[in-house]
Design a protein around this ligand. Structure first.
Ligand SMILES: [Zn+2]
Length: 76
């Protein structure tokens, strides 16, 4: 069951916001609504949802990693 809702937490200010993820693409940039910072994925992650979201992006949920990512994210 793929989930499309993810709560992004800004690593800079801690602001949290629930976002709907696109099902067929990854979001590389995210503008924090709290402090205005432009978030980018951590090294090894394919998108901001994998790095800062409560739920990783749909392609990762389904197959381990998405086509824009160079490697499967190592979690946990
Ligand atoms: Zn922020």
């Amino acid at each position: 069951m793929t989930r499309f809702e993810s709560t992004l937490t800004c690593p800079l200010c801690g602001h949290r916001r629930s976002e709907t993820m696109p099902s067929d693409a990854c979001q590389y940039f995210y503008d924090c609504q709290g402090c205005g910072a432009v978030l980018k994925p951590k090294p090894g992650d394919c998108c901001v949802f994998c790095s800062y979201g409560s739920v990783p992006c749909p392609p990762v949920q389904e197959g381990g990693y998405c086509e824009t990512g160079r490697q499967a994210p190592v979690r946990g």
